[in-house]
Design a protein around this ligand. Structure first.
Ligand code: SIN
Ligand code: FE
Length: 291
């Protein structure tokens, strides 16, 4: 489940064998875990270790590196805005360096998506069941269809008070898919075009996105499944980093505060073994092309 690395620096070099081990483990649905890879904040950045800067309507403070845009915040002066942006930009580049060195096979095909900062305590946060990440789920985004691409995420716990990030990890993707896919109806003809036209989705919601989103929703709605599914608790202490493909690894975040996260998208073609992708697994179960 966890494949552990002794890495201490974001720009560290990895020998060939370690790179191969990393890509195989990741594509097999394991978590690449770096217990000694911390992300240091400068003295000025320590001021952001407070939930007060997060807009209560947004789950996270978000940053998009290619356009230097920050959103989901409140109460930031101009100087603080610049400082927080620089902190998230540095995390984005550090994460990319780690991926480039550890998974060079992926590096030139990755899209750098959103960076997020999560300064709000998860436990006790009230939200609708679909948005509740305390329930086991695979990631799928209602407004941002990824059209089959893999979701690769780097997480780092920066909690200053010794608090672990506590996750539950569920059963392998194939088991999740075999359980939920038979319950999912085909989309209503024309609905994907309409969602696009009404700008509800940022791009076309393919059949793949439809099945992934329905699976995400059905998993979260199923109270019995949440309790009975085979699962394991994992604790990520402060100062640790982990890499997960969250479209494939069933996960739930139960407790913790102050997390940095970087999302990348990866075309299925860039994988060492495409047959392990959620896209290929779903296409096989449904016996049809989904993108
Ligand atoms: C999630 O991806 O479901 C949440 C992860 C986290 O915030 O720890
Ligand atoms: Fe998630």
């Amino acid at each position: 489940m966890l494949h552990t690395f002794s890495t201490q620096k974001w720009g560290e070099y990895f020998p060939d064998l370690t790179q191969q081990c990393a890509i195989n483990n990741l594509e097999d649905g394991n978590i690449l875990y770096f217990p000694s890879l911390s992300f240091a904040l400068s003295p000025e950045e320590q001021q952001f270790l407070s939930p007060d800067f997060a807009d209560p309507h947004a789950k996270n403070i978000s940053y998009q590196a290619n356009c230097h845009k920050l959103w989901g915040f409140q109460h930031l002066s101009d100087t603080q805005h610049t400082q927080l942006k620089a902190m998230l930009d540095r995390f984005c580049h550090s994460s990319f360096d780690l991926i480039k060195n550890l998974l060079p096979h992926y590096a030139h095909q990755l899209t750098i998506a959103r960076t997020s900062y999560r300064p709000v305590q998860i436990s006790g946060r009230k939200t609708s069941y679909r948005k509740d990440d305390k329930r086991l789920h695979v990631d799928a985004f209602p407004s941002a269809p990824n059209q089959g691409k893999r979701i690769l995420r780097v997480f780092c716990n920066i909690n200053p008070n010794g608090e672990d990030r506590i996750w539950r990890i569920g059963e392998p993707f194939l088991n999740v898919a075999n359980r939920f896919i038979p319950q999912i109806h085909k989309p209503i003809p024309g609905s994907a075009a309409l969602l696009r036209l009404l700008k509800i989705t940022k791009s076309y919601r393919t059949l793949y996105d439809h099945y992934m989103l329905q699976m995400h929703n059905l998993m979260k709605a199923d109270e019995e499944y949440q309790k009975a599914a085979i699962q394991q608790e994992i604790r990520f202490p402060p100062g640790s980093t982990w890499i997960v493909q969250t479209d494939d690894v069933s996960h739930a975040a139960m407790q913790g505060q102050y997390l940095l996260e970087q999302t990348f998208y990866l075309p299925v073609k860039a994988m060492r073994d495409e047959s392990k992708s959620p896209l290929c697994i779903l296409e096989k179960i449904l016996n049809q092309k989904l993108v």
